[in-house]
Design a protein around this ligand. Sequence first.
Ligand code: ACO
Ligand code: ZN
Length: 416
Amino acid sequence: MSDTDEWPLAEILSKRESGSKKEFYVHYIDYNKRLDEWVTPDRMNLGKLQPPAKKEPKSQSGSAKGSRPSSPDREPNAQFRKQVSQNRKRKLGMLDRADEENSSDAPPPPKTGSLRPHGGSMSHDDVITRIKNVQMIELGRYRIKPWYFSPYPIELTSEPVIYLCEFCLKYVRSRKCLERHRTKCTIIHPPGNEIYRKGSLSVFEIDGRKNKMYAQNLCLVAKLFLDHKTLYYDTDPFLFYVMTEMDSHGFHTVGYFSKEKESTEDYNVACILVLPPFQRKGYGKLLIEFSYELSKFEGKCGHPEKPLSDLGLLSYRSYWTQTLLEVIIGLPRADDGSSPSVAINELCEVTSVRKEDVISTLHHLNAIHYYKGQYVLHVSKEVLEGHQRSMEKRKVRIDSKHLHWTPKDWAKRGKW
Ligand code: ACO
Ligand code: ZN
């Protein structure tokens, strides 16, 4: 790797030659696939080359490989629920790979570029989808280097840059084409309803059925930065919540999350993304906060669809920690001055975070102790100090007074 002195083990996925120049596409074992790259042989220690192992490739976390479970789920109800969920998920804009790998029959293929993992050894398609195919995108003021494969049309992937319309996300091959497009496409915000605005921050709700083209284009962009989701083209069962920052030129997308219109598993987020130029500025946590705010309006607890990516887990862990500590710190002390008491269920009710996530976060904080025959909550001084410091950084928050939204009962509508 260019920024370390070490020689991490890497898997060679492909090679290309032009003239006398030879390059290999490598995946660094135990590192996230975002770091995969084309390297020249001088960056490889070929003396230590290992031939491929004979056995089936082992599944890596978040990678496209996987094999079917050896024994199917035998509990009839669970099997049935899983089937219902799988059947519906087939229509999803994005399906999490873990679910798909566990499915007992294969979902229909997407219209272009199969992203479906196949059990057993890697097929040609698997290799293709493990290699970044888009060199660069231009979106508004930014040129962004993709992290992962996304099935843009093959004619475009040979271009050095794919140009996207910032507002409708249509993709074209040149800046000229984009200028031509912009003479026809005059919108300066995402489609759908603006359901939240405070200051320069807005959120638009987009129905994947009513704005299919936009939703599909959004999924294509998202796939460039999401590795563990499989892309499908039927976006009907989804709503998309797109967060924007407004200036005199329009409403610029910073990120989004998608949500199933009906979720049997109470998922309140299917996929979540903050575009790289806006990452690590707190937008991820704002989107997560927004998703839980919607769950509060719905009067239920929610949770993100699994598996989470490495960055997804960091963001959720941080959000849950801050949210729970905020509530715990705000609890009134008992009259006798003893520590306040709170039931886990109450924490769930106030925050809309589901029980498992509340408990795992409290364990993570080492805040649950067994004392004199009962569980007590004790948050250490260090954790509280750390919390105060991190809350000082979290200046912008979602203000529910500015959310203009009523939940729809999609089950009653009969049609998404
Ligand atoms: N390295 C270390 N920590 C990080 C990183 C990073 N690269 N990125 C975010 N974090 C931490 C932050 O430090 C912060 O924690 P802290 O406040 O306790 O310090 C926390 O994660 C959230 O930071 P935000 O700035 O609010 O998050 P961001 O705007 O960067 O968005 C997101 C996070 C959405 C996960 C973004 O990284 C992203 O889009 N990644 C690519 C797509 C992805 O992985 N999505 C999640 C998939 S899971 C799912 O879809 C359900
Ligand atoms: Zn456009």
